[in-house]
Each structure stands twice: as structure tokens, then as C-alpha cells.
Ligand binder design. Structure first.
Ligand code: PEP
Ligand code: MN
Length: 345
């Protein structure tokens, strides 16, 4: 249920509404809009009578929300969520799309990672991304450098001035990740690890949730709802493709339509990962462009200083020359870098 307050409702009237909800055993989240305050009621609404609430002083109207996701829906929160980082980078809303790049996994060769980070900075990317805890299909594959990888990533981020993103696979590692990264990624396989999502709701750092390989848009939004309803509003969604029936030419089916759909029904930023979405490096540029045209708030793609020898996902990673070409073309579409005027900022 969503309670829209009148534009001149007083603090006391708002308090009476939230007290009323609390007395019925439910939680309320107040969204302070520019013009109006909106109260979202969370919990089993069985004991809540919409007419009694509508009769409270200061209440303009009461709407039942049909969708199970409430806090991430535009009904409860009409304005876009824009996540702002300490260095001024913003993700979401009408901000220019951001670029997150890096190797699938952080490897032992720090100099290689630094080369990647320097190239990323030179090309105007905002985030360096690399896995230190890797969810691998086979237990015999490289599982990541863990804390050492986080240290390398943070160091490369510091040396180049890039924000850093890395995956968290277990509640046990959340505080460790928080020491090193700016965004904690929830991988596709963990999208419905509800214990992890709840725990990520108790931190303040932004969380990026990747769509599960067989998850619906509704399930993705509900995963985000877990984080937001537990107290962390800083969530970025990531479309990375779902399993289809034809994996001969592309690893997954990248659901570009999910971008405008999510922008319509949710206020959260949505970025697209054409690397895992397709599994092919030559598809990063066309699918990245398609995602930007569809309204993505950013792209995430994999690059490596030596893809042929990468420990993970080399086949879908661009080498640094390819990365520069592709990124130049994406930046032209984004309009952040004015190549013609050589005014690269
Ligand atoms: C990744 O982002 O490195 C990754 C493993 O992707 P996904 O969780 O989308 O499979
Ligand atoms: Mn990968």
C-alpha cells in the first residue's frame, strides 16, 4: 500500500500515519519527494484498512500496489535513484551512462591489472571491475585470489583514480569487501541468495545485482527489494542475459528490452553486461550500443591485457587495443568525450 500525503501535510500528520501503521505491526518507509511525501507500507496488509488510513489528517490518497516489489517500484518512489560516489561519479537517472571494465578475475600479475586500469582511465571509464571471489561452474577452475585480489584491485583503483567493483559470494566476506571496494556485485548465480541480499541491505555501500540466468524481471526486482527493504537504497541492477535454447552463437540471450521495461517500472539504475550476455568479444560493441540506445545507465564489459592467457573468460574479453576502439565508439554514442575537439575529459 502506498499513502500519498497532501503537499502541505505537517510532520505531526506524517508521524500519526506511520504510528498507525506501526500499531498494526507493519513497517513504513517514507519517501520524501520534491513536492509530496509518500509512505510505502511493508508487511502483511491484511489488518490494514485503506479507508481508515485515507481518513487520517494529511492523507491525500491511498493506493494498493498490486506488484510484490514495492520500494523499488516507481509507484512508491517516482523519481529516479541516482547513486553518487565520493569522487562525484553518478549512476542513474539522466546522468550520462558509466563504463565499468576490467578482467573477469583479478590475477597474480598486478602489472597486467595496472595496464588494464590505466587504459580504462585513459578511455574515460569510471569503474575498474574484477573478481576476487569467483563463482565458477567447475570446482577445478580458478576460484580467485580472494583478499589479495581485492588488495590489487583497490591499489589499481587508487593509482588511476577509478572506483572499483568486485563480487561478494558469501555474507561472511561482506565486511572484507567493504574495506576495499566501492560497489559490491552480486553475481547472477547468487541473485536469489536471500541471506546474502538481506545482509547487503544492512550496509551502505552500493550493491550491483546481476540478473540470474533464468530469472524473470520480476524476480530481479524482488532481489533488489530484499536489499532496499533491509535498509540499503543504493542498488544498481544489471542485465547480463538469460539462458535461451540456442547457445551456438551467443552464450546467453541478452534481454535489451529489460532496460526500458525496468526504467518504466523501477527507479533504480540499470546497467548492461554484453560480455556475459553474449560470451563473444565481437558482440560487445553492437550489444553495448543497443543497450545504450535502449536507455542503459551504464555498461560493464570484460577486458584483459592478454586475453589468450586469461584465467577466466578470455574468449569474451577485449584486448587493450580492441578495448580502446570499442570504447571510443561507445563514448561517441554516450557523448561524454568530444573526440573531434580533442577535449578528452
Ligand atoms: C562476472 O560478472 O564476472 C560473472 C561471473 O558474471 P555472472 O554472475 O553474470 O555470470
Ligand atoms: Mn566473467
Amino acid at each position: 500500500m502506498i499513502i500519498v500525503m497532501e503537499h502541505n501535510a505537517t510532520k505531526e500528520q506524517l508521524q500519526r500515519v506511520t504510528d498507525f501503521i506501526a500499531n498494526k505491526g507493519m513497517k513504513s518507509y517514507i519517501h520524501q519527494g520534491d513536492l509530496l511525501n509518500v509512505v510505502a507500507v511493508i508487511g502483511d496488509e491484511i489488518n490494514l484498512n485503506a479507508e481508515s488510513i485515507a481518513a487520517l489528517e494529511g492523507v491525500a490518497n491511498v493506493k494498493k500496489i498490486q506488484e510484490p516489489y514495492k520500494l523499488v517500484s516507481r509507484v512508491a518512489h517516482p523519481e529516479d535513484t541516482v547513486i553518487e560516489f565520493s569522487n562525484g561519479v553518478k549512476v542513474g537517472g539522466l546522468e550520462k551512462p558509466v563504463l565499468m571494465v576490467g578482467p573477469c578475475s583479478v590475477e597474480k600479475d598486478y602489472e597486467g591489472l595496472l595496464k588494464v586500469a590505466k587504459a580504462a582511465k585513459e578511455m574515460g571509464c569510471q569503474f575498474l571491475r574484477g573478481g576476487a571471489f569467483k563463482p565458477r561452474t567447475s570446482p577445478y577452475d580458478f576460484q580467485g585470489l580472494e583478499e589479495k585480489g581485492l588488495q590489487y584491485l583497490a591499489k589499481a583503483g587508487r593509482e588511476t583514480g577509478l572506483l572499483v567493483v568486485s563480487e561478494v559470494m558469501d555474507t561472511m566476506d561482506i565486511s572484507l569487501l567493504c574495506q576495499y571496494v566501492d560497489v559490491l556485485q552480486v553475481g547472477a548465480r547468487n541473485m536469489q541468495n536471500f541471506k546474502l541480499l538481506k545482509a547487503l541491505g544492512r550496509i551502505k555501500k552500493p550493491v550491483m545485482i546481476k540478473r540470474g540466468p533464468a530469472a524473470t524481471i520480476k524476480e530481479l526486482l524482488l532481489a533488489a527489494e530484499y536489499v532496499v527493504s533491509n535498509g540499503n537504497p543504493n542498488v544498481i541492477l544489471c542485465e547480463r542475459g538469460v539462458k535461451g535454447f540456442d547457445s551456438q552463437f551467443s552464450r546467453n540471450v541478452l534481454d535489451i528490452a529489460a532496460v526500458p521495461i525496468i526504467r518504466k517500472i523501477s527507479h533504480l539504475p540499470i546497467i548492461v553486461d554484453p560480455s556475459h550476455g553474449t560470451g563473444k568479444r565481437y558482440l560487445i560493441e553492437p550489444m553495448g550500443k543497443a543497450a545504450l540506445v535502449a536507455g542503459a545507465h551504464g555498461l560493464m564489459y570484460e577486458i584483459h591485457h592478454d586475453p589468450d592467457n586469461a584465467m577466466c573468460d578470455g574468449a569474451q574479453s577485449l584486448n587493450l587495443d580492441q578495448f580502446k576502439e570499442v570504447t571510443k565508439s561507445l563514448n561517441k554514442l554516450i557523448g561524454r568525450i568530444d573526440y573531434d575537439n580533442k577535449n578528452n575529459k
